[in-house]
Design a protein around this ligand. Structure first.
Ligand SMILES: *[C@@H]1O[C@H](CO)[C@@H](O)[C@H](O)[C@H]1NC(C)=O
Ligand SMILES: *[C@@H]1O[C@H](CO)[C@@H](O)[C@H](O)[C@H]1NC(C)=O
Length: 413
C-alpha cells in the first residue's frame, strides 16, 4: 500500500517536472525578443555636399547593416512651409521609428498603395536590394544603385520593415539636424543603442559644391534659413553661416557637454581625413559602429578608392585625384567668395581645424596645408572615443606633411 502510494507520488512528480519543462519552453517561445541581441543604431549627421554619400555607402554595403539615406527628406518635402527648427522634432520622431524598424511612420508621407520606390533614394540601400527585400542579389554582394534600381523597384513597401528587422545594425544618414539637443531623447532612449557619427567638410569646398547644385538645394536652403514662408531666395552666405554654426554647436556639444554615460557615443570625422586615407578611416568608422571590416569589404574599399568599381563623389576618380578634388576649390573659387565664406564660417573653421587663407596667393599656394587638428575639448586625463590607425605614409599628396602628421597625432589620441 505504501509502495503504491510512493509510486503514485513519483509519477506525479515526474509529470510535474515534464510540465514544468514544457511551460518553460513555451515561455521562451513566447519571448524570443529577450534572447535576441539588441540592434545598434548609427546616425550619420552631416550636411549637403559633404561626402556623406561615400560614408553612407561604406555602411550600406556592409552585410550586417540596414541603411537608409535621409528618411527625413519626406518630412521636409511634405512640410516645406516650416523652418528647420520647427521640423527638428518631427524629423527626430521619424528617425526614432525608423531605427525601431517601424515603417508605418511613412504612412504620413506616402500614398497607401506603394512599393519600395516610394522611399527617397531607396536604391542607395543595399539592404533593399537583397533578401528579404529583393531576391535578385545576395546579401553579401556589393550592389550598385543602378543595378538595384533596375531590378528591385517592384517589391512592395512591407519588405522595407521586414528587411530592417533582420539586421544587427540600422544606419541612417541625415543632413536635417542642426544641434544635438534635438537628439538627446534618442541618445537616452533605453530601447535604442544610438551612436552619432558627425561628418564635416571644409566649408569652402562645401560652398563651391553647393554653387554647382544650387537649383536642387534651393528649397532646402529656404527651410534652413526659415524663409520658406515668405518665399524669398536664401542668400548663399546666410545658408553657410547657419550650417557652419550648427556644425560648431554639434561638435562642441558632442565632445564636451554630453553626460559621462553618453561619452563614446559621438565621433567627429572630417571628409578630408577620409580622402587622405580611406582604408584607415574605414577601420575607425567600422570600429566605432561595432562592425567587422571583412576582407571582402577591404578589397571593395581599396578598389573604389583606387578608381575601380562603383565610386561615389570624389572617389569616382581614384584616391590620388580624390585628394585633388577635395582641394579643387582652391583653384576655382574666386578669393572674394572664399573670404565671404570664411567670414560666415570663421568660428566653425577654427574649432574644426580648417585654416583660413588671407590672400589669393595663400589660397593658391598648394604647399600650404589648410588642415589643422580640430580643437580639443577633452578635460585632462579624460578618454575620447576617437581611436584610429596611424596615417599611412606615401598616400598623401598635400604638401607640408610635418604639420599634418603632428596634427593627426593630436587628433587621434
Ligand atoms: C512601383 O512604384 C513605381 C513608382 O510609383 C511604379 O512606377 C511601379 O509601377 C510600381 N510597381 C508596382 C508593381 O506596383
Ligand atoms: C577588387 O578588384 C579586383 C581586381 O579588379 C577584383 O578581383 C576584386 O574582386 C575586387 N573586389 C571587390 C570586392 O569588388
Amino acid at each position: 500500500m505504501l509502495k503504491v502510494n510512493r509510486l503514485k507520488v513519483l509519477v506525479m512528480m515526474a509529470l510535474q517536472a515534464a510540465l514544468l519543462v514544457c511551460f518553460s519552453q513555451l515561455h521562451t517561445w513566447n519571448n524570443p525578443v529577450k534572447e535576441k541581441p539588441a540592434q545598434t543604431h548609427i546616425l550619420i549627421l552631416s550636411s549637403w555636399r559633404s561626402g556623406s554619400s561615400f560614408v553612407g555607402q561604406l555602411f550600406s554595403q556592409h552585410p550586417d547593416v540596414f541603411y537608409l539615406m535621409e528618411p527625413a527628406w519626406h518630412v521636409w518635402v511634405t512640410m516645406r512651409h516650416n523652418s528647420a527648427r520647427v521640423l527638428h522634432m518631427v524629423a527626430r520622431d521619424l528617425v526614432r521609428s525608423v531605427f525601431k524598424c517601424d515603417m508605418s511612420v511613412f504612412d504620413a508621407y506616402m500614398s497607401e498603395q506603394r512599393n519600395q520606390t516610394a522611399l527617397f533614394q531607396w536604391e542607395a540601400s543595399r539592404a533593399l536590394c537583397s533578401p528579404p527585400a529583393c531576391d535578385l542579389f545576395q546579401r553579401s554582394d556589393i550592389i550598385s544603385k543602378r543595378a538595384c534600381k533596375t531590378l528591385c523597384g517592384k517589391y512592395p513597401f512591407v519588405k522595407v520593415e521586414e528587411a530592417c528587422k533582420t539586421y544587427s545594425h540600422v544606419v541612417l544618414k541625415e543632413v536635417r539636424f542642426f544641434n544635438l539637443k534635438a537628439l538627446y531623447s534618442l541618445l537616452t532612449d533605453p530601447s535604442l543603442n544610438l551612436r552619432i557619427l558627425h561628418l564635416v567638410r571644409d566649408p569652402r569646398a562645401v560652398f563651391r559644391s553647393r554653387e554647382n547644385t544650387a537649383g536642387e538645394l534651393a528649397q532646402d536652403s529656404r527651410i534652413v534659413v526659415g524663409h520658406e514662408g515668405d518665399g524669398k531666395e536664401a542668400e548663399p552666405y546666410t545658408v553657410m553661416r547657419a550650417i557652419c554654426k550648427s556644425h560648431m554647436e554639434i561638435y562642441t556639444e558632442g565632445s564636451c557637454s554630453l553626460p559621462s554615460f553618453l561619452q563614446g557615443r559621438y565621433l567627429l570625422v572630417r571628409y578630408e581625413d577620409i580622402v587622405r586615407d580611406p582604408l584607415a578611416k574605414a577601420v575607425q568608422l567600422y570600429r566605432f559602429a561595432g562592425l567587422q571590416f571583412t576582407p571582402h569589404l577591404q578589397s571593395w574599399v581599396h578598389n573604389i578608392t583606387h578608381g575601380q568599381g562603383l565610386g561615389t563623389e570624389a572617389f569616382d576618380v581614384g584616391s590620388r585625384d580624390a585628394v585633388n578634388v577635395a582641394q579643387a576649390w582652391r583653384k576655382t573659387l574666386p578669393y572674394p567668395k572664399v573670404a565671404k565664406v570664411q567670414e560666415a564660417c570663421k568660428g566653425a573653421m577654427e574649432v574644426l581645424g580648417y585654416r583660413l587663407v588671407r590672400s589669393k596667393e595663400e589660397q593658391e599656394d598648394m604647399s600650404l596645408s589648410l588642415l589643422h587638428a580640430q580643437k580639443s575639448f577633452a578635460k585632462p586625463g579624460e578618454k575620447r572615443s576617437s581611436e584610429g590607425s596611424p596615417p599611412a605614409s606615401g598616400s598623401w599628396s598635400f604638401q607640408n606633411q610635418g604639420t599634418l602628421w603632428a596634427s593627426t597625432k593630436q587628433v587621434k589620441r
